[in-house]
Each structure stands twice: as C-alpha cells, then as structure tokens.
Write a protein that binds this ligand. Structure first.
Ligand code: DWN
Ligand code: SAH
Ligand code: ZN
Length: 404
C-alpha cells in the first residue's frame, strides 16, 4: 500500500490511469521510439485529506532546459498575474525597500510586474529555457529547484522576504515538507506565503480528471493545506477562489499567530466537509465519471470520423496527454493539434503521437470540428475564434462531452 507524502499514513488509490508518458514530452518521432512511461495512480489520504499521485517521475525528467510550457502564451493569464501582483503589493504595502520571492517563475509572467515598479525580487526556476526568458526581462533568477537546501543558500545571500509567491508550482513538488521548511526559513516575521493551484473541489465537481498528470502530484484543498501549515508552525489565514486553470484556489499563509485569520478559511473548510472532501467514499464515483466521458468522447469522435468529418484539436496542453493516452485517442481520430508555442510545433504528442502544428495553419486547415484541449482558456480562445468558427463546431469534454 502506498504511503502518504505528507503524513506517511497508508492510503488507497481511487483511479488507475495505467501507463502514462511525461505530459510535456512533445518530441520528434525518433525520440519517442522508447518513450519513458510510469504507472499513474491517484489516491486520497484520509488522515491528512491529501489527494496525490502514488508514483511520480524524477523531477529532472519533467523540468529541464526544454520545458514545453511557457506561461505567457495566454493574454488572460498575463492580466491574471498583473492582478495577483497588485493584490500582494497592496496587502504587504510593498515599496522599493521590499523584497519578494517567486517559486517557479517560468518566463517571468508575474515577476515582470514587480520589476516594472522597482520592487526587488528573486525567481527560482529549474527549467532553463523559460528561466532565460525571465532573465531577459531583467529578473534575478536562480536556475535550480527550490527546496530546503536551496533556501539555506538563499538565506545567506538575501534578506527575509515580505512575500513568497507561487502559482501552479507547489502542487508539482512531492518533497512538500522541504518546500514549507524552506519557505519558513526565508519568510519575514510579518511576511506572507501565497500560492495557488488547481482546486480539488473544482476537479471533483467538474470531473476535470485531466488536471491529473505527472507534474500534478497533489490536488489541494483548504483542509489539506491547513494541515501541512500546522506541521510547520504556519497558519492558513485566507483563501480566495480563482477562475484560472478550470478553477483554482489561492492560499494565504503566515507564521503561526502573526496575522488575523479570515472567516473565509472556516467557511471553505465547512464547505469542503459538506462536499465530503474529508472522506474516502467521496472519491469512489470519480473513476466512473471519467469512464462516462471516455465512452461519450470516443464514440462521438468515431461517429464523426465515419461520417467523413475533419477533426482537429486546439491547444497541446499537458492535460491533453492524460485525455489522449487514457482514452486511446490518436491521429486516426484527431488529425493534428494546433498550438502557438514554438517549442511544441512540428513535434508529436506524448504517447499517442498526434502531430502538433503551428497555430498559423489553423484557419487554413478548414476542419468541421475542433476539440478544445485548452478548455481552461475557452473564454479567451472562443472569443478570438468566434468569426472563424461560425460554420464549424467546438467539442469540449469537461464537465461532460458537448458540441457547441
Ligand atoms: O500547471 C501547469 C500549468 C500552469 O500549465 C503546468 N504543469 C503545465 C501547464 O499546463 P497546461 O499545458 O495544461 O496549460 P495550459 O495553459 O492549458 O496550456 C495551453 C496550451 O494551449 C499552451 O500550449 C498554449 C496553447 N494556446 C494556444 O495555442 N492558443 C493557448 C492559448 C490561450 C491560445 O490562444
Ligand atoms: N508559475 C507559472 C508556471 C507554472 S508551470 C504559471 O503559473 O504559469 C510549473 C513550473 O514549476 C515550471 O516552470 C517548472 O520548471 C517549475 N518547478 C517545478 N519544480 C520546481 C521547484 N522545485 N522549484 C521551483 N520551480 C519548480
Ligand atoms: Zn496523509
């Protein structure tokens, strides 16, 4: 039986996705001949309320100098991170004397806002290609994995941080105690640690199973985050839902006793308990719901294909690797995936090897149906493609298969 990464209790997996490739391993066909795979199972620990992967590939297989995800590909996300910046600046009354840290700054989408206002900052980013873009924006970046040992080195060179921020990164890190110990060490007595990640409550409610892939080792809730905080002499002082990535939660954390606790925390925990996010049984139907989506989507694609329809996909997301590999959807059903990210273009998708083509070819491709893998960006994408899609149809599959 697997042991919980947070509290070491035994726990039961509730879904087994089988053999999965590295979600962002968009590569040439010759590189995909002996593709690395791992058994992807997800489970729930009833002792500390954490949903987690049973096994995760080594971090160097996922985060390296060719990491395929560049944060700044979405205009909406740029605005989102500008608002994130403003909120932290106001909450902590930041000035040119302040100092902030971001764990997993990627291409600098958040920290560039601090640079523009002359607020000192430090980014920590192990994936060199995206770190280099942040560096080109004059951001001070350490190209390494954040953990307690790196935090000790940083503590020797920098002052304590007024804010430590992280978006869509903490849920990627199995050595979570090392992260919290490192944050505790670097955070000023009055500082706040603010991070956001896809929210367990939304994943369960929307059946958004494709948030589960190698990089996403945890699905957090206020219940589980408050438990970890307590293990480190820290406290969850506020929570704030976000619409990004299909439904996320922003967690505000301080040293124990240093700040007032918002009533949002108790309310969220009570709501999570009413949803059953503290009980094993609540996860039993998740696997069945995924299989219903699988049956419906595969049947629809096969039917359309039989009718001679042309089907392409939009957005070579990490999430799509779970969908295509678990559902068995390859180039025989989806001709290609269009994406704006140069590093993914003219490569093949992990596991099922669907060609990834430059976005520029999308309008010329003239499909009948477009499967939206980047469903979390539906608002942004559907509005910019509105006139082109007038005589074509979108296919989405979260929370259920739908044609629009
Ligand atoms: O947690 C993570 C989040 C932050 O980003 C990482 N583990 C990896 C990544 O997840 P993802 O790959 O599922 O993220 P997105 O943001 O859903 O990916 C969108 C993809 O679609 C990108 O490859 C860019 C592309 N895209 C596009 O071609 N046209 C996106 C938009 C908005 C567009 O208009
Ligand atoms: N914050 C960005 C990027 C999220 S993608 C956004 O929200 O868009 C996840 C990022 O976490 C990648 O850039 C990856 O290189 C980084 N990462 C993974 N493990 C890390 C670690 N231990 N320390 C710091 N960053 C890490
Ligand atoms: Zn546990």
């Amino acid at each position: 039986m697997p042991k919980c990464l947070v509290c070491n209790s035994n726990f039961n997996p509730f879904v087994n996705f089988g053999e999965m490739p590295i979600a962002n391993n968009f590569a040439n066909l010759n590189e995909l001949i002996s593709e690395y795979k791992f058994t992807m199972q997800v489970g729930f620990c009833e002792s500390c309320y954490m949903v987690q992967l049973v096994e995760q590939p080594d971090r160097e297989r996922m985060f390296h100098s060719n990491y395929a995800f560049y944060s700044s590909t979405s205009e909406y996300m740029k605005q989102h991170f500008q608002r994130f910046y403003t909120q932290i600046k106001e909450k902590q009354s930041l000035s040119s004397k302040s100092f902030v840290i971001e764990i997993g700054c990627n291409d600098g989408i958040l920290l560039e806002n601090f640079i523009n206002e002359n607020i000192s900052c430090l980014g920590i980013e192990p994936s060199k290609n995206v770190a280099d873009i942040a560096i080109s924006k004059n951001i001070n970046v350490i190209n390494d994995f954040f953990d307690e040992s790196l935090a000790k080195k940083i503590a020797g060179e920098f002052k304590k941080a007024d804010a430590i921020m992280s978006a869509n990164v903490i849920c990627h890190i199995p050595y979570i105690h090392s992260i919290f110990s490192g944050v505790k060490l670097l955070l000023d007595q009055e500082g706040i640690f603010v991070f956001e990640d896809p929210y367990l409550g939304e994943v369960i409610e929307k059946n958004s199973f494709d948030q589960i892939y190698d990089e996403h080792v945890f699905l957090f809730s206020a219940l589980s985050v408050s438990k970890i905080c307590k293990m480190h002499g820290m406290e969850l002082i506020d929570v704030e839902p976000q619409v990004t990535h299909g439904g996320s939660m922003r967690y505000f954390i301080s040293h124990e006793g240093s700040k007032e606790i918002s009533e949002n925390v108790g309310k969220s925990i009570a709501n999570e308990k009413s949803l059953g996010l503290h009980r094993n049984e609540s996860f039993n139907s998740f696997g069945l719901n995924i299989n219903k989506i699988k049956q419906d989507l595969v049947a629809l694609l096969k039917k359309l294909k039989k009718q001679g329809k042309k089907i392409v996909a939009y957005g070579a997301t990490s999430k799509s690797t779970t969908v295509t590999n678990y559902f068995g959807i390859g180039p025989e059903l989806i001709e290609c995936i269009f994406d704006t990210t140069p590093i993914k273009q003219n490569k093949f998708s992990p596991g099922v090897h669907i060609p990834i083509l430059p976005y520029e070819g999308f309008h010329k491709s003239n499909p009948d149906y477009v499967l939206l893998f980047a469903w979390n960006h539906a608002k942004e994408i559907m509005s910019k493609e509105k006139s082109y899609m007038k005589d074509k149809k979108w296919i989405t599959y979260i929370p259920e298969v739908k044609i629009t």
